[in-house]
Write a protein that binds this ligand. Structure first.
Ligand SMILES: Cc1ncc(COP(=O)(O)O)c(C=O)c1O
Length: 328
């Protein structure tokens, strides 16, 4: 089962090649220094802890054993996004993208990861004062990185249900902002789906269009055309979504970004989710209705194969997605 759980679960597999054996021993960037994760702690009075006033990114790095290279996937794009989103929370004087990339490099180098990893940068309002607001508060940056093995199944196809919880509307709490507090909305959707025996949730906009999954963007195929909700349907503007659009263009698959009705998915030929956590995950059932006959359709299969080759540095055409990260 491929779910967001994998992204949030503590990394249990010890890193190889002499890397630390427990997450406590991993090195994180915290308050301008590289410290053991066990020492990267904030006060319970921290503004972000009390009010969720922080923005974050999830980034994957893939180890290519044949090449002996760790590739950061779309590293700069993630850093550009977190900078813009931090600005949305009125944080100013943010480090440039080059500096953020350098901090990720150094965090990974100090952990000596020579296996797949997950990196989570976060800008948070760090003031210790009671009073909900965004302005006039100091902020800090953290970067944590954990080994992240390939232990989730992206082949089998997942079963999803339409959530009874709507996506936060952009004029209430912008999904494109990747704001920590906003993820309570996603948590309601994910738990509802899992507690009802599904793998994931399809989340609708307040006006009833398909928006995305709890923490992944979505695509459907109808009559050979790849459809995805537009950026103004309360989605996170996913980095993976953009990569899939590029793959589709490369393969000459027609693409349309437009609002999608729930019942269009019931009659769709194929569906899949994409995101840093889920990677590319075929959907074989929505609300007990099989999609693609309960199997994985041909366009999904083609994109799936191409995506997994590209992210590990095995397809020359997409090397511009990848940043080699020094591990020593
Ligand atoms: C709500 C939401 N939608 C979509 C995505 C996919 O975005 P990305 O491809 O940038 O990881 C995420 C992140 O994983 C997310 O949290």
């Amino acid at each position: 089962m491929l779910t967001e759980k994998a992204k949030d679960a503590p990394a249990t597999s010890p890193a190889s090649h002499g890397a630390p054996a427990s997450t406590d021993d991993l090195v994180a960037y915290f308050q301008g220094e590289y410290v053991a994760l066990r020492d990267a702690n904030v006060s319970i009075m921290t503004h972000a802890f009390m009010y969720g006033t922080a923005v974050f990114e999830g980034i994957r790095a893939y180890w290519n054993a044949d090449q002996g290279v760790l590739y950061g996937l779309k590293l700069r794009e993630h850093m550009e996004r977190i900078r813009r989103n931090a600005g949305m929370l009125l944080m100013t004087d943010l480090p440039p993208v080059d500096e953020l990339v350098r901090i990720v490099f150094e965090t990974i180098r100090r952990n000596h990861f020579e296996e797949d990893a997950y990196v989570r940068p976060c800008f948070y309002l760090s003031g210790k004062s009671i009073g909900v607001r965004l302005h006039g508060l100091p902020h800090e940056l953290t970067v944590l990185a954990v080994p992240f093995g390939n232990y989730v199944d992206t082949e089998k196809g997942i079963r999803i249900m339409t959530s009874s919880w709507r996506r936060n509307a952009d004029d209430a709490l912008p999904a494109r902002g990747k704001i920590v507090g906003g993820y309570v909305n996603m948590a309601f959707q994910k738990s509802e789906a899992e507690l009802n025996g599904f793998d994931e949730a399809l989340v609708l906009t307040p006006d009833g269009h398909a928006s995305e999954a709890s923490a992944a963007n979505m695509f459907v195929v109808r009559d050979g055309v790849l459809l995805t909700p537009p950026v103004n349907d309360d989605i996170l503007e996913g980095v993976t979504r953009r990569a899939i659009l590029e793959l589709a263009t490369t393969f000459g698959i027609p693409v349309e970004s437009r609002s999608i009705d729930r019942s269009e998915i019931y009659v769709a030929d194929e569906m899949f989710l994409c995101g840093t956590g889920v990677q590319l995950s075929p959907v074989i059932e929505l609300d007990h209705r099989p999609i693609a006959g309960g199997a994985i359709g041909p366009i999904t299969r083609q994109l799936h194969e191409a995506y997994f080759a590209a992210i590990r540095g095995n397809d020359k055409r997409f090397m511009h997605w990848l940043t080699p990260i020094p591990t020593r």
